[in-house]
Design a protein around this ligand. Structure first.
Ligand code: HEC
Length: 134
């Protein structure tokens, strides 16, 4: 029984591979040429908007800081040093001045948990995209 199955099978996988390859080829060629690649999704745009309206005035529209607050691209804010909980806490409770000389950060009010998560995802995506300052 086994021997018959083995003897009969070699052609079929090849046929299957060829068929799949032809289908993929046809699909690749059939795509409308005017379709452009969608822009890579960098964080969520909701997070980006919330960051701009709640954080950028001190931390900078590009996350690189202002004269009122530090850059979130400082290596100080990489995920292992300031994890997501540190971001959550800073938003909910504020942060005492301790790394820099900008003064304290006041709590940011009016954001729900989902919005806070969106902001953190956005910051992490930007940290990855732009890289950290040293
Ligand atoms: C009014 C200015 C201001 C605004 C607005 C602001 N921050 Fe800050 N933030 C600061 C300052 C100043 C510090 C630095 C404190 C220090 O010396 O470590 C800071 C520190 C932080 C820290 C580090 C906290 C820690 O544990 O060391 C995080 C995280 C942070 N901010 C996130 C945010 C996010 C997210 C937003 C928007 C939702 C935001 N901040 C809005 C001024 C601000």
């Amino acid at each position: 029984m086994k021997r018959i199955l083995r003897a009969a099978s070699p052609v079929q996988p090849i046929a299957a591979v060829v068929t799949v390859a032809l289908i993929l080829f046809a699909a690749a060629c059939g795509g409308a040429p005017e379709d452009t690649e969608p822009a890579p999704l960098v964080g969520s745009s909701v997070g980006a908007d919330l960051y701009q309206s709640n954080c950028a005035s001190c931390h900078g529209a590009d996350l690189q800081g202002t004269d009122k607050g530090p850059s979130h691209l400082s290596i100080v804010y990489e995920p292992n040093h300031h994890g997501d909980d540190a971001f959550r806490s800073a938003i909910l409770n504020g942060a005492r001045q301790h790394h820099w000389n900008f003064g304290d950060m006041a709590a940011i009010t009016g954001l729900d948990n989902d919005e806070i998560d969106d902001i953190i995802s956005y910051v992490r995506a930007e940290q990855e995209r732009q890289g950290f300052d040293q």
